[in-house]
Design a protein around this ligand. Structure first.
Ligand code: UDP
Length: 419
């Protein structure tokens, strides 16, 4: 079987009432009326929590759509593993890396996409929302997969031309392409087909629910970290674009002036569509030079806490959160940390730029040196950290919580299905 239906938990929109204004609730209810009973299918690569942002979003969005009486379903693709090695190259190429596909890789990707399309068409939905490049080609193999929306979560602003020339024609099978920020609409995407809205986080899931500071500190202490000494952390898959090596370099630089500084890299290997992470793990591990103040968490089997507890504890008990991405579609981790009232230092790239206003609710950086000096500055200034944190939480509350994202998805589904 090439498709797996993801079991959906129940969620009640009413439980989110405290997180949004009454008129947004009314708007959501109104938009959902014409979609009632309609089958809307979302398809992506993985449902594993912690496997990346898309799974995180769909675990919340699909239940809320169902709570509005929409027959929303979520399916993941289940191709042979080397499929994901190819789509990983495409992912990298679309974000500008020079990762070329061979002719035989293209052929294999096309063949598998055709097989996937035959299963998707059987779902007989009123609308198909296809996330990211992995299942993107499916719509071109079957006219029954209509209407279809392509939701791209990555940075398309400067792809490498080989990858782009290969992928671009396949967008023509889609009625709409959703991107996270305007800057990602690159040259030849037809602007009338593009809709832009950023993702959002769910304030009610365990990883975003407030942990008592004392408990969060205890969790870290149980993992060998000293919560009374300064801690900076990055929570991210091990991926070239998340720049884990850059984070370590910035840590070493800052440590020259703050000798008791500790670094947590929470990078659990939970995804099944990121085959390169082992290679990067070995490289990162080597780079830590056995430093006892660097805590790299990678293998979930070796860690005594579940993923949600760890994410929440690390984001709660760290003094500063880093997200030193070199490319970033949005960066849920940034919103998650800001929601916890943390000062975040993050790469001045992609979707991070719509979340952090530099010097107002966090810092944006472009180099290792700049990142290091911002770490030092924030660690020395508790009141600035608190000011940033307060503003950060407020801006997430206003812009990046799941009810707003639900509204945006309902709106676009309504527009397409009316046509
Ligand atoms: N994540 C996690 N455990 C980890 C590392 C990351 O649960 O050890 C989660 C993180 O909390 C976030 C998601 O993975 O919800 C990553 O989403 P983001 O948009 O930041 O990046 P992506 O991985 O999709 O590029």
């Amino acid at each position: 079987m090439m498709l797996k239906k993801v079991p959906i938990q129940e969620k009640e929109l009413e439980d989110y009432r405290e997180f949004f204004a009454n008129d947004l609730m009314l708007e959501i209810k109104k938009l959902s009326e014409s979609l009632s009973g309609k089958k809307i299918v979302h398809i992506n690569a993985t449902s594993r929590l912690g496997g990346g942002g898309v799974a995180e979003i769909l675990h919340s969005l699909i239940p809320l759509m169902r709570n509005l009486k929409i027959n929303a379903e979520w399916h993941t693709i289940n191709p042979p593993v080397n499929f994901f090695e190819i789509t990983n190259k495409i992912h990298n190429g679309l974000q500008g890396k020079n990762d070329k596909l061979t002719e035989s890789e293209k052929k294999f990707y096309l063949k598998q996409s055709e097989i996937i399309s035959k299963e998707i068409e059987k779902l007989n939905a009123s609308l198909y929302v296809i996330h990211d490049p992995q299942p993107l080609l499916a719509a071109s193999f079957s006219k029954k997969i209509r209407p279809a929306v392509s939701r791209i979560h990555i940075d398309l602003s400067s792809p490498n031309s080989d990858t782009w020339n290969f992928i671009f024609p396949y967008f023509s099978s889609y009625q709409k392409i959703i991107l996270s920020i305007h800057e990602f609409i690159n040259g030849n995407l037809p602007p009338e087909k593009v809709a832009v809205f950023p993702p959002a986080i769910d304030p009610l899931v365990a990883k975003n629910s407030p942990l008592k500071k004392e408990y969060a500190r205890l969790v870290l202490e149980n993992l060998g970290i000293n919560p009374s000494q300064p801690i900076v952390s990055q929570v991210s898959r091990l991926d070239f674009f998340k720049d884990p090596i850059g984070v370590i370099k910035a840590f070493y630089l800052a440590k020259k002036n703050i000798p008791n500084l500790q670094l947590i890299l929470l990078a659990q290997n939970l995804a099944d569509d990121n085959p390169c992470s082992k290679k990067i793990f070995r490289e990162v591990k080597r780079y830590t030079r056995g430093d006892p103040d660097i805590f790299l968490f990678y293998d979930p089997k070796e860690i005594k806490y579940d993923n949600d507890t760890l994410v929440s504890a690390v984001q709660t008990a760290s003094d500063v959160i880093i997200q030193k991405s070199l490319k970033e579609g949005f960066g849920l981790t940034v919103a998650e940390a800001m929601w916890k009232g943390k000062a975040v230092i993050a790469g001045r790239v992609g979707g991070i730029k719509v979340q952090i206003r530099d010097g107002y609710n966090g810092y944006l950086v472009s180099t290792v040196e700049h990142c290091a000096s911002r770490i030092e500055e924030l660690l020395k200034d508790k009141s600035l950290r608190e000011t940033f944190g307060r503003r950060a939480k407020k801006s997430v509350a206003k812009n990046f919580l799941i009810p707003r994202l639900l509204r945006d998805h309902l709106k676009i589904a309504g527009e397409i299905m009316k046509k």
